[in-house]
Each structure stands twice: as structure tokens, then as C-alpha cells.
Design a protein around this ligand. Structure first.
Ligand code: A2H
Length: 253
């Protein structure tokens, strides 16, 4: 990482159907607001390929009022940042409506904006850091090695991870192509570096760096409004389109 703030895109994933445990924890505390899980991403141009979303089962999340009509699910530190950035109003003030353990959010059905799969499920990931972004990670297994490997782990051991296999059933969707890794760079690198599980964190860091660089410098979009355009050029345009559609916002930390 470089110096200065990291510019993320906050992606608003509307809750369509809470898991039973989350529903119980929330009750009527949100007061008729629409609730969104907010994922922080550095790759807005890949959002067409979302297949699920990840949270950490040991992380504490809150449901924070964003305004009178909307509430956001994220970590407390992210809500504070959003309040100081004016995304949560009134500026500088946060109101926590409910508290949610990550484990309770698993199995919640949400809307993934711009994805070819508009309805996706929330699943557990071991390596979600509570100290980065919002603590919510949207999953694009075609371009993110972490997302791909975690999805494969979940499919292999659904009982161990306490998930319904149906929640992990959506396959990776190609969103861009590169000369070196083809239509789906994440599975290609997982194979090349012989990564076996999400516990192979060192190799995953290497895979992440390689896919990121190749995608950014040599990638061409294979889907969406900017199909055929270079990733470098499409990235800010998809971000802007999402923000204009009201499904994303700038988030810095
Ligand atoms: B990225 P950086 Cl397709 N814990 O979004 C762990 N990982 C987190 C996180 C957290 N609390 N918050 C965000 N992230 C992930 C898409 C994506 C991402 C693709 C490819 C690579 C990639 C879909 N997942 O990240 O340490 C989010 O995943 C590799 C750079 O701030 C976010 O962007 O550089 C990225 O890590 C931010 O990581």
C-alpha cells in the first residue's frame, strides 16, 4: 500500500431477506429503513461478476442509520469514517440501531448491484480484517484469488462452515480478460501457485498482486457498458455509473 488515503468504492447491497438469527437480533429496531450491507472494494469494474458477499464470523457489525430512510451494516470504525465523510448524516454523528455478530448475518439474501446475479448470499471468510474497509467484502471469484479460494473451501466443507451449499452455488463470472491469465485470472493463479485453501495466506498475497497488476495494466472488459474498453479506462467509469445510480459512494480511509 502507498501513502495517503485509500480510495474505496462503498457498494450498497440491499438486504432482501435476513437470516433467521439476524432477523431476531434486529426486530423492529431499524424503524422502516431500507438496510444495506456496505462492501468496500478497490475493483468497482468487476462488480458485474459478484456471486456472493463475505463477512467475518468473529467480527462485530452494527446497523447504523444513514438517514431517515436507509441504514448501513458495517463495522463501527467504518460508520465513524462515513459520518465524518458526510455519507452518514448528520455529519459527524452516528446512531447505532442494532448490533450484529458476523456469524448471524450468514445466509442473508442481498441484492448485488450491477451483478449478472442480482440476488446473492452472505457467506463466511476467515481472512476478513475488522480494521480494513467496512468489514464487508463483496465476492468476485473470477478476479479475486481470495474470493475464489474461499468459495472453493466453502463448497468443499459446507457443514464445517455451517452453510447451506445452495448459498455457494453461483459460479465465477468472467468480467475481463488479460493476455497472460485469460478470461478468469483468479482460478488461473490459484492453480499456477498451487494454492490449496484460504489458509495459504502468503501465496494468496502473491496471487492477489499478480492478478491486480495484470488486470489493471493489460485487462480488457468483457462485460457491461464498457465491454471492449481497457480496465484502466473502465474502472473510474463503472464507479461513476454506480454512484450516479445511487448504489455506491466514495469511501476513504
Ligand atoms: B476487492 P487493500 Cl475482484 N478484509 O474487491 C479483507 N479484505 C478486504 C476487506 C477486509 N476488511 N475489505 C475489503 N477487502 C478486499 C473486489 C476485488 C478486490 C477483486 C480483486 C482484488 C481485490 C472483490 N472482492 O482486492 O488491502 C476487497 O476485495 C485486491 C486489492 O485495501 C478490496 O477490493 O488493497 C481489497 O480487499 C482491498 O484491499
Amino acid at each position: 500500500e502507498g501513502f495517503g488515503p485509500q480510495e474505496y468504492t462503498g457498494v450498497k447491497m440491499e438486504v432482501l431477506d435476513w437470516s433467521p438469527a439476524a432477523k431476531e437480533a434486529i426486530g423492529d429496531k431499524v424503524g422502516g429503513r431500507k438496510v444495506f450491507l456496505v462492501a468496500a472494494t478497490l475493483r468497482p469494474e468487476t462488480m458485474y461478476g459478484q456471486t456472493n458477499c463475505f463477512v467475518g464470523t468473529g467480527i462485530k457489525y452494527g446497523v447504523f442509520a444513514a438517514n431517515d430512510k436507509e441504514a448501513f451494516v458495517c463495522t463501527l470504525r467504518a460508520a465513524r469514517n462515513m459520518a465524518f465523510q458526510g455519507t452518514i448524516t448528520p455529519r459527524g454523528h452516528i446512531e447505532q440501531l442494532a448490533e450484529l455478530d458476523g456469524s448471524k448475518i450468514i445466509g442473508t439474501k442481498i441484492h448485488a448491484p450491477f451483478s449478472v446475479n442480482p440476488q446473492v448470499y452472505v457467506l463466511p471468510m476467515d481472512n476478513v480484517l475488522p480494521t480494513k474497509g467496512t468489514g464487508v467484502v463483496t465476492s468476485v471469484p473470477s478476479e479475486s484469488p481470495d474470493d475464489y479460494q474461499t468459495l472453493m473451501d466453502l463448497r468443499k466443507k459446507p457443514e464445517y462452515y455451517k452453510i447451506d451449499p445452495a448459498w455457494a452455488a453461483l459460479d465465477p463470472v468472467p468480467v475481463l480478460s488479460t493476455p497472460t491469465y485469460g478470461e478468469m485470472s483468479a482460478p488461473a493463479l490459484i492453480k499456477l501457485l498451487k494454492i490449496q485453501s484460504q489458509k495459504d495466506t502468503k501465496q494468496l498475497v502473491e496471487a492477489k498482486e499478480l492478478t491486480y497488476k495484470e488486470g489493471f495494466y493489460n485487462g480488457t472488459m468483457s462485460i457491461g457498458e464498457f465491454k471492449g474498453v481497457s480496465v484502466q479506462e473502465a474502472k473510474p467509469k463503472v464507479r461513476e455509473a454506480m454512484i450516479n445510480a445511487g448504489v455506491a459512494f466514495a469511501y476513504a480511509e
